[in-house]
Design a protein around this ligand. Structure first.
Ligand code: MOS
Length: 694
């Protein structure tokens, strides 16, 4: 074997690849402690009201049913920071699907049968679940998700827009979208001698452990949360969810380990969803294609339990130069499930609207849409005036155009036919911010020459475990095979969530720092490693809290080619191509897979994914994979992913930006712009299903 250390960027195969493909990797619901009982939750059957009575007699008669927990008999928890965790704490029903009982039984079948036999009486109140742009409940919040101000004004948008020679004023809509990770939300909880051990499908076992300790009045050391393998999350497993509370509660009440895997059809009501967004985008431009006014207003919903505001107008603050700008978020609290994070909250719907509007303005001006974007590249971040740490959007657009063959495009819409098919191409930009959070890591060297890195990072399928080994190997100047990585347990050094595309950068920084400290320790020891080995720890509390004087974002460009069937109205994507500028790419294999996955999710957002809200029942109309259509292999063309080598010294020691979310940003706009190019018709409401296209 070559002694050359592994370089960052190499396509190292996932460490757990074999475990996963052979089924040896154990997920949260695949741990069955001796004596394990099973739980099945009962969702509320009304959209608003109170539980007056729960008749559990029939359920308790079912052989194997151990107990039925209800708002009337469930143990009281310490007050929860997150109101969605206060399950079975009072009789209020804030939305349909809110859990109102939990059946625990010897078998899964008995628990499920028991859940169906629980009879509930409600005091039903009138509900309000439908968002419209004129909704009287809309208000401007203090801030929106991510801590951004809800409103930003720059220059004088009103007159800037009124005086612009070319104006677009267009409304777009993105309906509610659901997180449907392949592994549903699941938890196996076990109490052992006053200690709680939980296998939990989570994007962050540190936060899950802290939350469980706080709710159940335990010391943090009494709780261990294990999230060794996680089958996707997309934000829905970023914060602890009711299944954690219910499983722990049930285990304590029954004195048995309890397993609770949420049925997929219940997920939309309890794991967060992407709230619908209604967009009004106003763009003013000079005849020379310089934007003079950028306005993006959105209306969205939240629940009555908590305020979560999809920050969809935020990307308009950083994308394009213009002297006048106005970005506004409004939110209406409705009797709906609590919305939350879903891959690129804010950017995904926001950039669909903004990048569609850019395409429309390009058409009005008669300029090429790439040219329009290039002409409006800002010298610094328009919102704050801060310099970009790096911004290679123009390079992404140019390289993408060349690779895609953009110059062969006939700009006239509706002109390319193949029998009954109309063909078109479209482009859109992408952006995602760089987030970095404090993390702690430990590095250990054994006298035999091996290394071990320990950090409570979570690999939700991204390849993070492998990339952390690469980061350690690079810092230690050794081969990646010499590094063992332990992650996914709350008793490891604490680390931030696998969220906001921040995981690898945040954890990697702590790992890098620990490995550097280890090398410094070697130097002190003169290279002699004692029998017990050498162990050091490091954290990035200071570095990450210091923030940056720079505006830090990844950028990208998405290109799509579509065919539109003029007989059926079916849109199919023939080609998708993305070029990204996301700092240093740390593992070309797993990075490609992240980008491809994001683009695939963007394709779903463009063409098939949609949830309706039934006004009468107050429920999502698409809640399982039979009705909520995620793209399948037959829907996904060959996706091409490229990136440019970007050097950015203002990020972290690896020079990396996050890559987990940018793939979904702008993809739907590229597809929608291609559909408009194919047909000449602009559809401003996703997804582009045949009923709208025809
Ligand atoms: Mo992502 S929506 O921050 O898990």
């Amino acid at each position: 074997m070559s002694p050359t250390p592994h370089a960052l960027g190499e396509p190292v195969v996932r460490h757990e690849a074999r475990l996963k493909v052979t089924g040896a990797a154990r997920y949260a619901a695949e741990h069955t402690p001796p004596g394990c009982a099973y739980a099945w939750p009962v969702p509320a059957g009304v959209a608003r009201g109170r539980v007056v009575s729960v008749d559990t007699a029939d359920a308790l008669d079912i052989p194997g049913v151990l107990t039925v927990l209800t708002p009337h008999n469930a143990p009281r928890l310490a007050p929860a920071d997150d109101p969605v965790l206060a399950v079975l704490q009072d009789d209020r029903v804030p939305h349909r699907g809110w859990y109102v009982a939990l059946v625990v039984a010897d078998t899964l079948e008995a628990a499920r049968e028991g859940a169906a036999a629980v009879h509930l009486d409600y005091d039903i109140e009138a509900h309000e679940v439908v968002l419209d742009a004129g909704h009287t409940a809309l208000y401007v919040p203090e801030e929106v998700n991510g801590g951004f101000p809800a409103v930003r004004e720059r220059g004088d948008f009103r007159s800037g827009f009124a005086e612009a020679p070319v104006r677009l004023d267009a409304s777009y809509r993105v309906g509610p979208l659901h997180n449907h990770p392949m592994e549903p939300h699941a938890c196996t909880a076990e109490w052992r001698e006053g200690r709680l051990r939980v296998h939990y499908s989570s994007q962050g076992a540190t936060l899950a452990g802290q939350t469980a300790a706080a709710l159940f009045g335990l010391e943090p050391e009494q709780v261990t949360v294990v999230s060794e393998h996680v089958g996707g999350g997309f934000g829905s497993k970023g914060t602890p969810r009711p299944e954690l509370v219910l499983a722990v509660m049930a285990a304590r009440e029954t004195g048995r380990p309890v397993k609770l895997a949420l049925p997929r059809r219940q997920l939309p009501a309890v794991v967060g969803h992407r709230a619908p967004t209604l967009h009004r985008v106003r763009l003013g431009a000079d005849a020379d294609a310089s934007l003079t006014a950028v306005g993006h207003e959105i209306a969205t919903h939240t629940s009555t339990l908590k305020e979560f505001v999809e920050q969809a107008a935020v990307p308009a603050r950083i994308m394009y130069a213009s002297p006048h700008s106005s970005t506004v978020h409004r939110v209406a609290p409705l009797d709906v499930p609590s919305p939350s994070w879903m891959r690129a909250p804010g950017e995904a719907p926001g950039m669909y609207a903004l990048e569609s509007a850019m395409d429309e303005v390009a058409q009005l001006l008669g300029v090429d849409p790439i040219e329009l974007r290039l002409r409006n590249e800002p010298a610094e971040e328009p919102d704050s005036g801060r310099p970009f740490s790096s911004r290679h959007l123009a390079d992404c657009l140019r390289e993408g155009a060349e690779r895609f063959g953009w110059e062969r495009r006939d700009p006239r819409p509706g002109t390319t036919r193949e029998g009954a098919l109309l063909l078109g191409t479209g482009v859109a930009a992408a952006t995602y911010p760089v987030y970095l959070s404090p993390s702690h890591a430990e590095a250990h060297a054994s006298p035999e020459g091996g290394y071990r890195v320990r950090i409570n990072a979570t690999d939700i399928g991204t390849g993070a475990r492998t990339v952390l080994a690469q980061i350690a190997a690079a810092a230690l100047e050794t081969r990646v095979e010499n590094v063992e990585v332990e992650i996914g347990r709350s008793d490891l050094p604490s680390a931030s969530l696998a969220g906001g595309s921040s995981g690898t950068g945040s954890w990697g920084w702590a790992v890098h720092k620990a490995c550097e400290a280890l090398r410094a320790r070697f130097a002190e020891l003169g290279g002699r490693i004692p029998a017990e080995g050498v162990t050091v720890t490091a954290d990035t509390e200071q570095e990450t809290r210091r923030g940056s004087a720079y505006s830090r974002h990844a950028f990208g460009a998405h290109f799509a080619e579509v065919q539109v069937d003029t007989v059926t109205g079916e849109v199919r994507v023939r080609r998708l191509l993305g070029v990204y500028a996301a700092g240093r790419i740390l593992n070309s294999r797993t990075a490609r897979s992240q980008f491809t996955g994001g683009m695939t999710m963007g394709l779903g957002m463009a063409l098939t994914e949609h949830s309706g809200m039934d006004p009468l029942f107050g429920d999502f109309t698409e809640s399982d994979l039979a009705s909520y259509h995620v793209p399948v292999h037959a829907d996904v063309p060959a996706i091409e992913v490229h990136w440019i080598e970007e050097e950015d010294p203002h990020l972290n020691p690896m020079g990396s930006k996050g890559i987990g979310e940018i793939g979904i940003v702008g993809t739907a706009a590229a597809v929608a712009n291609a559909v408009c190019h194919a047909t000449g018709a602009r559809i401003r409401d996703l997804p582009l299903t045949p009923d709208k296209v025809l």
